[in-house]
Design a protein around this ligand. Structure first.
Ligand code: COA
Length: 260
């Protein structure tokens, strides 16, 4: 499939998904969301995929937010349905993707850009990355899950500070807050993401999928997330991966997981 606003290519069975609007600092417009949705479907169908690395084209920006130039065309109803809910749905697909999704934050991650990064399972930042939710500068609030996921990652107090002040913070502070998992030099950014996906890929694939689901349940499951965790834990016992993993441990050998 040919995309106009994003790039999708594979290296060593890792899907590299790049927002490709460098002249606008990779701002997220309607077409980017449509293509991201299509790309996630394509990647999901590819059984050999080990995980996804999401990044932005160029060295200046990961994503500098939603495309502000599109806003003037939207009514209130359209802003809710076509901007906010559509964006939330696409980001939720990344958050629930059954294999690791890592944001390689290669520059500005502002507004919708930070929301995109936060929807990924892990965030690796280059040392010159910058982070913020500057929507209040536009009289807006984040609409792609930012008010929720920022609290989840850094706690209520700091989240409220960043959301209300629109402050833009540097990579070391983002690391200290727990907003990113690691900070590395720009030249090592993709290699570090690949290394983490490879490491996760050596574990039991079914268990990794259930970790993603179970952690998400902490925030989203309307029932008791601990009961749900027990159900998912139990479901692991019904897999060949579990049998192979425990057998390999007891036999002091490396497990050969098949993902079933
Ligand atoms: N939407 C649309 N266009 C954007 C954009 C966005 N979110 N962010 C950047 N751009 C465009 C700029 O309009 C500019 O276009 P132009 O060359 O046609 O004038 C181009 O990208 C480069 O940005 P510029 O502002 O000139 O770069 P800078 O280095 O001076 O500043 C930022 C970089 C990221 C600080 C600044 O672009 C910015 O504040 N962007 C908006 C961030 C934001 O509010 N995001 C939340 C949106 S809800």
């Amino acid at each position: 499939m040919e995309f106009q606003s994003i790039l999708l290519n594979y290296q060593n069975n890792i899907a590299h998904l790049t927002i490709n609007q460098p002249a606008k600092l990779n701002a997220l417009n309607k077409q980017v969301f449509t293509e991201l949705d299509q790309a996630i479907t394509l990647i999901d169908k590819n059984d050999t995929t080990k995980g996804i690395i999401v990044t932005g084209a160029g060295e200046k920006a990961f994503v500098a937010g939603a495309d502000i130039s599109e806003f003037k065309n939207y009514s209130v109803t359209q802003a809710v349905e076509e901007l906010s809910k559509k964006g939330q749905q696409v980001f939720k697909r990344l958050e629930l993707f059954p294999k690791p999704v890592i944001a390689a934050v290669n520059g500005f991650a502002l507004g919708g850009g930070l929301e995109l990064a936060m929807a990924c399972h892990l965030r690796i930042a280059s040392d010159h990355a910058r982070f913020g939710q500057p929507e209040v500068n536009l009289g807006l609030i984040p609409g792609y899950g930012g008010t929720q996921r920022l609290i989840q990652l850094i706690g209520k107090g700091k989240a409220l500070e960043l959301l209300m002040t629109a402050d833009i913070i540097k990579a070391p502070e983002a690391l200290q807050l727990g907003l990113v998992n690691h900070v590395v030099p720009q030249t090592n950014l993709i290699a570090k993401c690949e290394e983490m996906i490879t490491k996760i890929g050596s574990k039991g694939p079914v268990a990794i999928t259930k970790i993603i689901e179970s952690v998400d349940n902490y925030f989203n499951y309307s029932g008791n997330a601990f009961d749900k965790e027990a159900d998912l834990f139990g479901a692991c016992f019904d897999t060949q991966d579990y049998k192979e993993g425990t057998a390999a441990f007891l036999e002091k050998r490396k497990a050969e997981f098949k993902g079933n």
